[in-house]
Design a protein around this ligand. Structure first.
Ligand code: DHK
Length: 167
């Protein structure tokens, strides 16, 4: 394959807009199974905000930090893996709440290991205060930071950390 045919990857913070302003770095916020039910599913554990509420607030936080976000949710492991692959070219960093795949998915771990940028793992609940099967995370073997038990504010905290890591 000639050099011209090589797909352009994410180039870090040096990209500029047509007007010469630095281009905002894109962050993928990935959510796994059942998180589409946020606000309606066990609100005593996961809170009353919907995923749309959470992503809207995260978008505002990101903007203030010079980041942009793409929020994605799937109940399917393969779809999440596809988005992690896509992020290799399109995102500077990843925030991921893999839901129950946290505790089961070597395939998501492998996909994240193929991503070069920083990864922050988020859990709305404190998984260490819950059932023993939630105490182990495959994704933590790759994550640069883990936020658990801070409610949906954890997504905002993750973006702040990514902004620091990408500065
Ligand atoms: C969300 C889930 O859906 C659970 O399967 C995890 C995580 C915990 C959370 O706290 O956000 O065990």
């Amino acid at each position: 394959m000639g050099a011209r045919a090589v797909k352009a990857g994410y180039k870090g913070g040096r990209c500029k807009t047509a007007k010469g302003r630095p281009m905002d770095k894109q962050i993928y916020i990935l959510n796994g199974p059942n998180l589409n039910l946020l606000g309606r599913r066990q609100p005593e554990i996961y809170g009353g905000e919907t995923l749309e509420d959470v992503l809207a607030r995260a978008g505002g936080v990101a903007k203030a930090l010079g980041l942009t976000v793409r929020g994605l949710q799937s109940n399917h492991e393969g779809e999440l893996i596809g988005w992690i692959h896509e992020a290799r070219d399109k995102a500077a960093g990843i925030v991921i709440n893999p839901g129950a795949f946290t505790h089961t998915s070597v395939a998501i771990l492998d996909a994240l290991n193929a991503f070069d940028g920083p990864v922050i793992e988020v859990h709305i609940s404190n998984i260490h205060k819950r059932e023993a099967f939630r105490h182990h995370s495959y994704v933590s073997l790759r994550a640069d930071g883990v936020i658990a038990g801070c409610g949906t504010e954890g997504y905002d905290l993750a973006l702040r950390r990514l902004a620091t890591l990408l500065a």
